[in-house]
Design a protein around this ligand. Structure first.
Ligand code: B12
Length: 199
């Protein structure tokens, strides 16, 4: 599976995951092979051994495999606490967000996914509409951290009761604290923090 993602072979990734994934191993497949392949791609890209087209093809293959697993094994959360999820303005990286979505749905949260490159205004509108208990924001680039800060602070000032959770490769615990958000290095860790606020 890892190899098919590294090679950007969408069809192969789907075929392999549909053959190998079952109710017991799908989390391991996501964590080791799908995320592992993306990390490896990132390293190759940084070293100049892979270029943008490979990055795109690889991430599409990863999304294909992820979507298969999500649709087959992860129930749509119903009746649980509502969480809005978005990748912040200017940022189109959404694989991490989609993984968080799948994990949280698995824990029974009802996720409203606003997508990627989402402005603060849109997030505020959705907060007013859905009155979520949690809002999760994702950012993968140093340049979009400022937009994350803006979205989180605007949310907090308008809706002080909403719990904001942040994540993404460039986000640190310290940054999260500075904007009044909770942080976990991955989805599982964040869920544990969020459980404290569950109502
Ligand atoms: C795949 C990828 C892409 C794909 C994205 C496809 C997609 N649909 O997502 C494509 C090819 C489109 C892309 C484009 C670009 N990319 Co890019 N990309 C990556 C790559 C290789 C992997 C990212 C990824 O998906 N990782 C796997 C996921 C699972 O990890 P994750 O997102 O961190 O998520 C986990 C946790 O962080 C956490 N999490 C994430 N979000 C959230 C949210 C919440 C609420 C919570 C609780 C947790 C959480 O949970 C997840 C699961 O554990 C990284 C390299 C890297 N090492 O990160 C570069 C990287 C992020 N990209 C980078 C760059 C520069 C770009 C481009 C500007 C390239 C260009 N020159 O055009 C564009 C940006 C376009 C834009 N405006 O956004 C840089 C950013 C550098 C920086 N520090 O600012 C990186 C780091 C590569 C590099 N070293 O140069 N990219």
């Amino acid at each position: 599976l890892k190899e098919s993602i590294l090679k950007g072979r969408k069809g192969d990734a789907r075929a392999i995951v549909s053959e190998r994934a079952d109710g017991n191993n799908y989390e391991e497949l996501i964590n080791n092979e799908i995320i592992g392949a993306l990390n490896e791609l990132g390293i190759r890209y940084e070293k100049g051994l892979a270029f943008l087209p490979q990055l795109i093809a690889g991430s599409e293959a990863a999304k294909e495999a992820l979507e298969y697993v999500r649709a087959k094994f992860i129930p749509e959360g119903a009746g649980g606490d509502v969480m809005l999820l978005a990748t912040v303005k200017g940022d189109v990286h959404d694989i991490g967000k989609n993984i968080v979505k799948a994990v949280l749905q698995n824990y029974g949260y009802k996720i409203i996914d606003l997508g990627k490159d989402v402005s603060t205004e849109k997030i505020l509108d959705a907060a007013q509409k859905y009155r979520p208990k949690f809002v999760g924001l994702s950012a993968l680039m140093t340049t979009t951290l400022e937009n994350m800060r803006e979205s989180a602070l605007s949310l907090k000032s308008k809706y002080p009761d909403i719990v904001v959770a942040v994540g993404g490769a460039v986000v640190t615990a310290e940054f999260a604290r500075s904007i009044g958000a909770i942080y976990g290095k991955d989805a599982q860790e964040t869920v544990k923090r969020m459980e404290e606020f569950k109502g």
